[in-house]
Each structure stands twice: as C-alpha cells, then as structure tokens.
Ligand binder design. Structure first.
Ligand code: ADP
Ligand code: ADP
Ligand code: ZN
Length: 214
C-alpha cells in the first residue's frame, strides 16, 4: 500500500503516519525527519535545508525530490510506504508520479488530515519533539508520562525552533499557497480521501483504517 499524508503543518500527519506504518508494516518516510537528521549530523544537505526551515520556507524541490525518489526504491519499500510531508508542491507531486510511472507503480491513497487554521496554532505551540528518536507529544492532548521527557527513549523534549509563533503563521501561509493545491491534484487522480483531523488521535486513526481496510 502506497500512501501520501496531506495536511497543514501540525495537522497530525506524522502522528497518524507512525501508526499506519506500524499497523500495515510499511516504512514511514518523513522528509522533515530526514532533514532534521541531516541537520543533527551536520551534512551539506542539512546545512542547506536549515536555512529554509528556520524561516518557515520550503526546502527547494531540487534538494527534496531526488532524496525521496531514491528512498522509495530501497528494498524495504517493496510492500509500500507512507509519505509524510512529501509532496508539498505540485512539481514534487509530478516528480513523484514520473518516478513511479517509470517503475510501473502508482500511489494508492492521498489522505488529507483536515484541521482548520485556528486549531493549528495551538497544535504547534504545544508540540514537543524528542531530539533523539523523533517521537512527538503535545503538552495538553498527548502529554508524555513525565513532563519534558520522552516516553520511548528518556531523552529531553524540545519545542522545535520552527514551531515558535512567529514561524507558524508563515508556515501556514506557505501551506495554503504551495501545498493545498495538491488536494485538487489528487482529487483529479481519484485517490484523495479526507478525514476530520480535529477528532482525538485514536478516532482519526480509526477513520483512516476504515479507508485503508483492516
Ligand atoms: P510539519 O510536520 O510541522 O509539517 P515537517 O517536519 O514535515 O513539519 O517539515 C519541517 C520543515 O521541513 C518544513 O517547514 C520545510 O521547511 C521542510 N520540509 C519538509 N518536507 C519538505 C518538502 N517535501 N519540501 C520542502 N520542504 C520540506
Ligand atoms: P504534522 O506531522 O502534521 O506536523 P504532528 O503529528 O506532529 O503533525 O502533530 C502536531 C501536534 O499535534 C503534536 O504535538 C501532536 O502530539 C498533536 N496531535 C496530533 N494529533 C492530534 C489529535 N488528533 N488531537 C490533538 N492533538 C494532536
Ligand atoms: Zn525519544
């Protein structure tokens, strides 16, 4: 099963993608996680990506598309994969389609996790991320067992630099301008499914499982 997660920053794509990956036993591919890992390791890609991420802007397609196209051809993707945070622009979607066509494959579902802007600001302000393992929490709706500490690995939890209020509004604007057109793009392909992302995490997941089949 090949799945794309769509939705505004902070809509809950990552939270759902991790659960999908677990249930259907397919890799979770998050371009945001890949960029953050590169930043942590100090690679050339990380240095370049950071300049854009810190400003709430998208990393250029030239730095993003090949990365994903290579990743989905690795062995663990043979049974499918869930893309989280990619594609984010029409040219990225076209690059993905072109690569899949060459491989004789196609995406099965694009799942839009729908959350209005009013809720997003709260979601991102309360998001806490583990800098070690990438787990994500929310100080109110999905708190860790012990404040400021990752349940999974015991590392400290931080507010991402780009989750600060100044950057959040910018990212929302970028989403509406550059990413939202993908909803139309995948509607035309007949693979768009929408779920109400304002529900509790478990209910959002149940709606997704209904779409994908158990
Ligand atoms: P969120 O989950 O809050 O939407 P991500 O972790 O997906 O955030 O992405 C963080 C940042 O990484 C984005 O704001 C953007 O700068 C960059 N990024 C991630 N994926 C892409 C992509 N497909 N194209 C361009 N930039 C990306
Ligand atoms: P995205 O990957 O779309 O940027 P995340 O999965 O990181 O979004 O979720 C953003 C924030 O909202 C996190 O703090 C997460 O714990 C929280 N969150 C995710 N899903 C829900 C939900 N259904 N209800 C309330 N909070 C949620
Ligand atoms: Zn952790």
């Amino acid at each position: 099963m090949k799945i794309i997660m769509l939705g505004a920053p902070g809509a809950g794509k990552g939270t759902q993608a991790k659960q999908i990956a677990g249930k259907y036993n397919i890799p979770h591919i998050s371009t945001g996680d890949i960029f953050r890992a590169n930043i942590k390791e100090g690679t050339e890609l990380g240095k370049k990506a950071k300049e854009y991420m810190d400003q709430g802007l998208l990393v250029p397609d030239e730095l993003t598309c090949d990365l994903v196209v290579d990743r989905i051809q690795q062995d663990d993707c043979k049974g499918g994969f869930v893309l989280d945070g990619f594609p984010r622009t029409i040219p990225q979607a076209e690059a993905l389609d072109a690569a899949l066509t060459k491989l004789g494959q196609k995406m099965d579902y694009a799942i839009d996790v729908d959350v209005p802007d009013e809720n997003i600001v709260n979601r991102m302000g309360g998001r806490r991320a583990c800098i070690n393992c990438g787990a994500t929490y929310h100080i109110v709706s999905i708190p860790p067992k012990k404040e400021g500490v990752c349940d999974t690995c015991g590392n400290e939890l931080v507010l991402r630099d780009d989750d600060k209020p100044e950057t959040v509004q910018k990212r929302l604007n970028v989403y509406h301008e550059q990413t939202q057109p993908l909803i139309d793009y995948y509607t035309k392909q007949g693979i768009l499914k929408s779920v109400d992302g304002t529900q509790p995490m478990e209910d959002v997941f149940a709606s997704i499982v209904k779409i994908l089949g158990a």
